[in-house]
Design a protein around this ligand. Structure first.
Ligand SMILES: [Zn+2]
Length: 173
């Protein structure tokens, strides 16, 4: 299976609209989340997770804004860059799974917020490990770049960040 196929399958497994169409449930199981491919609100941003609804937005240049009629599986099939969008999706689903497991994503300290970022990458890696995904250098680079960005932006001491990374990766391994 190629990367586009993996992206489509992951959306099919996790998207709320897709789940609704197949099962017409009274209630949604916790792994299900609304997935949207929409234009970025901040330049350079690749994706974001919102605990309310809950939903994952994957940002795609030129996508049509959310009009309530997006079919994520169809949008996934039109992906202009499946590898990057799949990496983004796995990370944002990592936040969703973390929110489900913990009950909330509200943290008191930047160290805890950083830990959540590390956890979402670890969970994203887990999610993709269950698929034929093979573009690991791209995943590793995106993870490194993202965590570096947070460390810098939040002024987190290198040893504190390192300790968090070690702890989270030990648990998720
Ligand atoms: Zn994140």
């Amino acid at each position: 299976m190629d990367t586009l196929g993996i992206l489509i399958n992951l959306v099919r497994e996790r998207d709320r609209v897709e789940y609704w169409q197949r099962h017409k449930p009274c209630d949604f199981p916790p792994h299900v989340v609304l997935i949207l491919f929409v234009p970025p609100t901040n330049p350079g941003e690749r994706g974001r997770y919102f605990t309310e609804t809950p939903r994952v937005e994957i940002y795609r240049q030129g996508a049509r804004p959310n009009d309530g009629n997006h079919i994520a599986v169809e949008d996934a099939a039109l992906s202009p860059c499946p590898v990057q969008e799949l990496v983004s999706l796995s990370h944002e689903l990592g936040h969703h799974d973390s929110a489900v497991a913990r009950g909330s994503l509200i943290f008191d300290t930047l160290a805890e917020q950083y830990e959540e970022e590390v956890r979402a990458w670890a969970r994203g890696r887990d999610i993709l490990s269950g698929t034929p995904f093979s573009e690991w250098p791209v995943f590793d680079e995106r993870e490194r770049e993202s965590l570096e960005g947070y460390k810098g932006g939040w002024n987190l001491a290198a040893d504190v960040a390192h300790e968090i990374e070690e702890r989270v990766r030990k648990v998720s391994r």
